[in-house]
Design a protein around this ligand. Structure first.
Ligand code: DX5
Ligand code: ZN
Length: 220
């Protein structure tokens, strides 16, 4: 397979200069830009909407990996697609008909991702996996950056890796939460091929971003 993708979560960036921050992580070697959208209802925090995504779009050509933690989610899909999302990832708990949500994301021309909370079983993918482009395993409970990696999610990553390989489709397996230079190699060993990292990317300021990203790849 391809080398692991690193997706800095801009949740840990300086929100007063998001455009600059996105350009800085792009230049520092980010593969995707992970954008955490929270509604204060599905998760206990508020972040950004489609307007901010649209304003960021001219600042990089890297794919926008948009993680929607909002419920209901369907009314907002079109806005994020139009704002320039490349992948739109939703939680199965965020609407009554998750398969329909996946169909809508694809009809909007985006790649579709499904995110599993720590207590949501891999079995939830049973009738979804063949229709999606990405699985996002939450290794923290969604809502905040800077939380600790939940060990039990390694087993889930292994189980999903087996299923993706058996299916033989190029589905990305991304992990989100508590990823740093210690947990990254463990997530990769379990089968992840994309890593979200907020705290571990942005710590130390812009002059550290390239080294921080390299460390996640095991290059430091
Ligand atoms: C949590 C978000 C994550 C978060 C990761 O709800 O989905 O993307 O920003 O932050 P770190 O890497 O700091 O755990
Ligand atoms: Zn996220």
């Amino acid at each position: 397979g391809h080398p692991v993708r690193i997706a800095p979560s801009i949740l840990s960036a300086d929100f007063a200069k998001l455009g600059e921050e996105v350009r800085a992580v792009d230049e520092a070697g980010a593969d995707w830009i992970h954008i955490d959208v929270m509604d204060g209802h599905f998760v206990p925090n508020l972040t950004i909407g489609a307007g901010v995504v649209k304003s960021l779009r001219p600042h990089t050509q890297k794919p926008f990996d948009v993680h929607l933690m909002i419920s209901p989610v369907d009314p907002f899909l079109e806005g994020f697609a139009e704002a320039g999302a490349d992948t739109i990832t939703v939680h199965p708990e965020a609407g009554p008909h998750v398969h329909r949500t996946v169909q809508r994301i694809k009809a909007l021309g985006c790649r579709a991702g499904i995110s599993l909370n720590p207590a949501t079983p891999a079995k939830t993918l049973d009738y979804l996996l063949e229709d999606i482009d990405l699985v996002l395993v939450m290794s923290v409970n969604p809502g905040f950056g800077g939380q600790s990696f939940i060990e039990s999610q390694l087993r889930k990553i292994e189980a999903i890796r087996t299923r993706i390989d058996k299916l033989g489709k190029p589905i990305d397996l991304e992990v989100d939460g508590g990823i740093d230079a210690d947990t990254a190699p463990r997530a990769i060993a379990a089968g992840a091929d994309a890593l979200v990292a907020g705290t571990a990317t942005f710590r130390g300021g812009p002059e550290r971003y390239a080294a921080n990203i390299a460390a996640l790849r095991g290059e430091a």
